[in-house]
Design a protein around this ligand. Structure first.
Ligand code: MN
Ligand code: MN
Length: 467
C-alpha cells in the first residue's frame, strides 16, 4: 500500500490553469481494442476505393445496404429518411433528414476522395529501346522521388468509341502484374545525387514500365508497344485511340496493412482523405434521428484546388442544399447562414525525425485524437478560411459532450509551407466551417500512416456532430 502524497498548491493550480492533450492509450486503454476493430472496416474500404470513382461506388453499395434511396425532389421526406445523390460518378452527397426543419440550418460534413497519384497523359503509350512505357502527369502535391521503384496498379475508366464505358483495374487481384517507375542504381547515381531533392525524379522521368516483349513481326516498327496494346485489347477491347476518352490513374498497388509491433497504425495509400471519407460515411449511415438534417459530401478534386464540376469550388454542393431547402419551402440563403460544416480533412502529424518543420506547441500528434485545425493557408494565413472563436466553441462543445479525444494543431511551423482544404469553398456559401480530421505521418507519400486511435476518435467526433 502506498500513501497518497498530498498535492502542492502549485500542482493544484497547475492542474486548474494549464492544459495538455492526453495520449489516448494512457487515458482510455480500452479504446485500443475498439479502435483496432473499427479500423478493420476502414482498411477494407481503402482497398476497395483507390480512386474517387471507386470510393463513390463503394459508398453507394454501403448506402443502399443501409436503406438509402436516390433523392427524389418530388417526394416529401420524414425525419430519419435517408437519401443520396451522385455527381458524375466522382462525388456523392448523402442526407438523413433531421427532426428540425431545414430552415433552422443543417449539419454538413465534407471529405474528399481524390488522392495524389500519377494520371496517364492523353497519349500515354510509347516504346524506347525495346521497353514499353506509359507517360504520366502527376495529380496533386507529390514528392516525385518517392514514386520510383514502387509497385503501381492501373485504375480507371475508358469510354469506347461506341459509348461503352470500360472499368480498368490491374494490379490489385492476387497474381495480377503490377507496374513500376525505374530509378538509378547508387553505383551510377553520382550525377543524379547532385540534383535538388525536388528534382530527384523529374516530372518527365515518371515513366511507367508496362512491357518488354515484342510482337513477333519484323514489319512492325514498335513491336513492344504493339504487344502492350494487344494485351490491353485482349483484356478490355480498347485501342490506342481510346486513351483520349479515358481517365486512368496509376496508384500504389500496396494494400492497407497494420504498422508497428503493436499494430497501432494503419499504413496505406490515399489515407488523405479517405480516412475522413470513411469515418464520415459510417457516421452518416449510423445517424438515425439527427436533430438537424445532415449533408455528408464526399468530393473530388480537392488535391488540385477543388476545381472542376466535381470539386467543392463547383456549384454542385450549393445546388444540392438549395434543392433540399426548396423541397421544404425554406429560403436557401437562410439555410446556409444557419448551418455548420466540418471540413473533414487530415493534418500533418508531428514527426520527431523532422522536428524542424513543426512548432511543437501547435502541432497535432498521433494517438491524441482527431485534430481541429482553426485555419490552414500559407504566408500569413493566405488562402485560409480561419474559423471563428464561436465556431471553434460549438465544435469543441459537441466533442467534449461526447467524450471524444481531440486536439488542436496547425499545419507545420510558420513559413515552412502550407496548404488548403475545402473549408474556404464552404465558407464562400456563408456557412460556418472548421477543419477536423486525422493527423497523418508521411502525408501524400505512396504509403501514409495514421493512428487507429485517431481514426476511431474522428469517427466518434463525426457521430457526435450528427446526434
Ligand atoms: Mn486532404
Ligand atoms: Mn492532400
Amino acid at each position: 500500500m502506498t500513501e497518497e502524497k498530498k498535492k502542492s498548491a502549485g500542482k493544484v493550480l497547475e492542474e486548474q490553469l494549464t492544459w495538455k492533450f492526453p495520449h489516448i492509450a494512457k487515458d482510455a486503454p480500452a479504446q485500443v481494442e475498439e479502435a483496432a476493430a473499427f479500423c478493420e472496416g476502414y482498411k477494407a474500404f481503402l482497398d476497395r476505393g483507390k480512386t474517387e470513382r471507386e470510393c463513390v461506388k463503394a459508398a453507394v453499395e454501403m448506402l443502399k445496404a443501409a436503406g438509402y434511396e436516390e433523392l427524389d425532389e418530388t417526394r416529401s421526406y420524414q425525419p430519419g429518411d435517408k437519401v443520396y445523390q451522385v455527381n458524375r460518378g466522382k462525388a456523392i452527397l448523402m442526407t438523413t433528414f433531421g427532426e428540425k426543419p431545414i430552415s433552422e440550418g443543417i449539419r454538413i460534413n465534407g471529405a474528399h476522395i481524390d488522392s495524389p497519384r500519377l494520371d496517364l497523359k492523353p497519349n500515354p503509350v510509347y516504346e524506347k529501346q525495346d521497353i514499353a512505357y506509359f507517360k504520366t502527369h502527376y495529380y496533386g502535391g507529390i514528392r516525385k522521388y518517392q514514386w520510383g521503384t514502387v509497385p503501381l496498379a492501373m485504375h480507371g475508366v475508358v469510354v469506347k468509341k461506341n459509348g461503352e464505358t470500360v472499368s480498368i483495374c490491374i494490379g490489385e487481384e492476387p497474381g495480377d502484374p503490377v507496374f513500376c517507375i525505374s530509378d538509378l542504381l547508387p553505383h551510377l547515381a553520382a550525377k543524379q545525387n547532385e540534383r535538388k531533392l525536388s528534382e530527384g525524379l523529374r516530372g518527365e522521368e515518371l515513366n511507367i514500365i508496362i512491357g518488354s516483349i515484342p510482337y513477333a513481326d519484323e514489319e512492325v516498327k514498335e513491336p513492344v508497344k504493339l504487344m502492350a496494346l494487344k494485351l490491353l485489347h485482349d483484356k478490355y477491347g480498347i485501342t490506342e485511340a481510346d486513351f483520349y476518352r479515358a481517365e486512368i490513374e496509376m496508384v500504389p498497388a500496396q494494400k492497407a496493412v497494420d504498422v508497428g509491433l503493436d499494430r497501432s497504425l494503419v499504413g496505406a495509400y490515399g489515407q488523405d482523405d479517405r480516412v475522413c471519407a470513411y469515418t464520415a460515411l459510417i457516421a452518416e449511415i449510423e445517424a438515425k434521428h439527427p436533430t438537424y438534417t445532415t449533408v455528408t459530401v464526399l468530393t473530388d478534386k480537392e488535391e488540385i484546388g477543388s476545381e472542376g464540376n466535381t470539386g467543392m469550388n463547383s456549384h454542385y454542393f450549393g445546388h444540392y442544399v438549395e434543392r433540399l431547402a426548396q423541397m421544404q419551402g425554406a429560403d436557401p440563403k437562410d439555410v446556409f447562414a444557419k448551418s455548420m460544416c466540418l471540413s473533414a480533412d487530415v493534418n500533418a502529424a508531428y514527426d520527431p525525425t523532422f522536428a524542424d518543420a513543426f512548432e511543437v506547441n501547435n502541432s497535432s500528434f498521433i494517438n491524441k485524437g482527431c485534430v481541429l485545425t482553426k485555419y490552414t493557408g500559407a504566408r500569413g494565413k493566405s488562402g485560409a478560411s480561419d474559423a471563428s472563436a464561436e465556431t471553434m466553441a460549438k465544435v469543441i462543445r459537441i466533442m467534449d459532450g461526447a467524450g471524444v479525444y481531440w486536439q488542436a494543431g496547425e499545419l507545420g511551423a510558420v513559413d515552412q509551407g502550407g496548404g488548403g482544404t475545402i473549408a474556404k469553398f464552404v465558407a464562400h456559401l456563408n456557412i460556418d466551417v472548421v477543419d477536423l480530421g486525422v493527423p497523418i505521418v508521411s502525408m501524400h507519400a505512396p504509403f501514409e500512416l495514421a493512428s487507429k486511435l485517431d481514426v476511431y476518435n474522428t469517427y466518434r467526433a463525426f457521430q457526435a456532430f450528427y446526434l
